[in-house]
Design a protein around this ligand. Sequence first.
Ligand SMILES: Nc1nc2c(ncn2[C@@H]2O[C@H](COP(=O)(O)OP(=O)(O)OP(=O)(O)O)[C@@H](O)[C@H]2O)c(=O)[nH]1
Ligand SMILES: [Mg+2]
Length: 189
Amino acid sequence: MKADFRKTDFVTSCTRVADHPKDGLPAVLLLGRTNVGKSTMINALTGKKLAFSSKKAGKTKLLNYFLVDSKFYLVDTPGYGSTSYATMNTIFFAGMVEEYAKEKSLKSIVLLLDLRREPGEDDKKFIRYLSGLGIPLITVLTKVDQMNQSALHKAKTMVTSLGVGDVLLSDLREASLQKIRSAIVTSVA
Ligand SMILES: Nc1nc2c(ncn2[C@@H]2O[C@H](COP(=O)(O)OP(=O)(O)OP(=O)(O)O)[C@@H](O)[C@H]2O)c(=O)[nH]1
Ligand SMILES: [Mg+2]
C-alpha cells in the first residue's frame, strides 16, 4: 500500500475507545509517556500542524483521529505519567490501552520512548505489558537530535535490555521520518 501522509486530516476526538470511528478503517496508535513527542511526531509525519504539542506535559487529553490519505487512522493519545491529573490520567490510560487492544481495527502501536533518561519502573512495566499484547510494535526513540554519540549508545543498550526489538530513531528530519512512515504503512497493509 502507498499512502501520502501530506493528505492527512483531523477527523474526530473522543474520550472513550467505544466512540471511535466505525468505518472499519485500520488504526495505528501512538503511545508513550507524556511529553515524549507523540503529537509532534504526527505533525512531522504529515508535514502539517494538526496535533497540538506543548513544552508542558499533559497537552493531549483525548483520543484524536487523523485520517491519512483516506486509508488509515493515526491516533494521538494522552500520555501516561502526567504530573497534573496524575491519577485520573493513569487510570484512563490503562483502561484505554486494554480496551483498544481488543479492537480488530488496531494494526500496530507506535511506542515512543525518550531515552535521554533511564526509564523508570512504570515505563518498564508498561513496555512489558505492550510487548505481551501480540500487537505489532514500532518502537521509536524520540529527541535523538538532543543526544550525543555516547547518550545514543547508552539509549540503544537500554532498548536492547527492554526487549522491544528493532528500534527506529527520530530526530524529526526527513530521513528518519521516512523510515517511520514506511513501518506504519507496512503495518496497515
Ligand atoms: N528536540 C526535540 N524536541 C522534540 C522532539 N519531539 C518532541 N519535542 C518537543 O517535546 C515537547 C513535547 O512534545 P509533544 O508532542 O507535545 O509531546 P506529547 O507526547 O504529545 O505529550 P502529551 O500530549 O502531554 O502526552 C515539545 O516541546 C516538542 O517540541 C524531538 O524529536 N526533538
Ligand atoms: Mg500530545
